[in-house]
Design a protein around this ligand. Structure first.
Ligand SMILES: Cc1cc2nc3c(=O)[nH]c(=O)nc-3n(C[C@H](O)[C@H](O)[C@H](O)COP(=O)(O)O)c2cc1C
Length: 337
């Protein structure tokens, strides 16, 4: 790995492990928590370009804290090049460090509009989007893609090259096709061909949940860095942990996990500061359930939190549950993985 900095356009990064965009999860409080516990580059969840341009209040609310985070990649989705460029300008004005274009979302409701992974079948439109966005904003533009639409139409190498030629400053590849959704295993080996053909940074993504896997993925793919999604749910410190692990000597993976009560308290405070009461409770319950996964008495804890309707009671329940004794068992369990 070494400690050579990684450049996304003119943005200099010191760490090579990024927090993936996860709709409904990587909101401002979650990203803040990941940053507090060491993450450097985070991505917003995907944000509708239409919603931004037409001033949808809920969509714009997702952007209001962007200026507080540096470096932050704001991910947008859509299929109209003009509209995507207009949306990118708004994101940049809100303070985005990087504009990331979603070209990998497999969901029906997204691909039927020609956005997300459908763009991998529409190279001309995808190219026009990148060109227009790059022309309109001064910040770097990146793309997050898959291997292709399905196993008969894998086009990740040619497609990535086209995006680079159109002006993209980084490509992140989730090593599955759209047809696979989340099934099978991510093909890190197929990312290697992209890395060999491009001069911009290539980031590998899919199925990484430990230092060991990140190291293996980098060896196989030759990528410049990795992005972690699902494994960071309930473990926002994982981004930093993997990043530190990669800088250490080979095969050393026994890294310190921050005390869970500190992570949970910080995250709940951020949720309380950011959302209105109703959303605070919904969001806090969801994350508390993830944090407690696999811990002793966690199902009784979850029953309690899902019957609780105010944030202060949730905080008190969390304080009682995430005790050093309960945490110790959890850490011992994770260390065995
Ligand atoms: C619940 C969920 C929401 C996601 N939302 C987004 C999104 O908004 N934008 C995006 O590009 N990818 C999204 N993804 C895909 C992830 O960023 C990532 O590419 C994928 O989960 C594979 O990486 P992993 O194995 O580390 O999770 C989402 C995945 C999940 C499970």
């Amino acid at each position: 790995m070494g400690s050579k900095p990684l450049f996304i356009g003119n943005i200099r990064l010191h760490k090579r492990v990024f927090l993936a965009p996860l709709a409904g999860i990587t909101d401002f409080p979650f990203r803040q928590t990941a940053r507090m516990f060491g993450a450097e580059l985070t991505f917003t969840e995907m944000i509708s370009a239409n919603g931004i341009v037409f001033g949808n209040q809920k969509t714009l609310a997702m952007l209001k804290t962007v200026w507080k985070e540096k470096p932050l990649a704001v991910q947008i989705f859509g299929s109209d090049p003009e509209l995507m460029a207009e949306a990118a300008v708004v994101c940049k004005d809100f303070g985005a460090s990087i504009i990331d274009i979603n070209m990998g979302c497999p969901q029906k409701k997204i691909v039927k509009t020609g956005a997300g992974a459908a763009l991998m079948k529409r190279t001309k439109i995808a190219t026009a989007i990148v060109k227009k966005v790059v022309k309109k904003v001064s910040v770097p533009v990146s793309c997050k893609i898959r291997l292709g639409w399905d196993h008969n139409t894998i086009n990740v190498v040619e497609f990535s090259k086209r995006m680079e030629d159109a002006g993209a400053s980084m490509i992140t590849i989730h090593g599955r096709t759209r047809a696979q959704m989340f099934s099978g295993s991510a093909r890190w080996d197929m990312i290697q061909k992209v890395k060999a053909s491009l001069s911009i940074p290539v980031i590998a993504n899919g199925d990484i949940s430990s230092v060991k896997e990140a190291r293996r993925c980098l060896q196989i793919s030759g990528a410049d860095g990795v992005m972690i999604g699902r494994a960071a749910i309930g473990k926002p410190w994982l981004i930093d942990m993997v990043s530190k692990g990669l800088e250490m000597e080979d095969n050393k993976t026994d890294l310190e996990i921050p005390p869970l009560h500190r992570v949970v308290t910080y995250h709940l405070d951020k949720i309380q500061e950011f959302y209105n009461e109703k959303i605070q409770v919904q969001t806090a319950r969801k994350h508390l359930a993830w944090y407690s996964k696999g811990m002793k008495n966690s199902s009784a804890f979850r029953n309690q939190i899902f019957r609780t309707d105010d944030i202060d009671t949730l905080k008190a329940l969390a304080k009682d549950f995430f005790t050093p004794e309960n945490e110790e068992r959890n850490i011992a369990k994770q260390a065995k993985k």
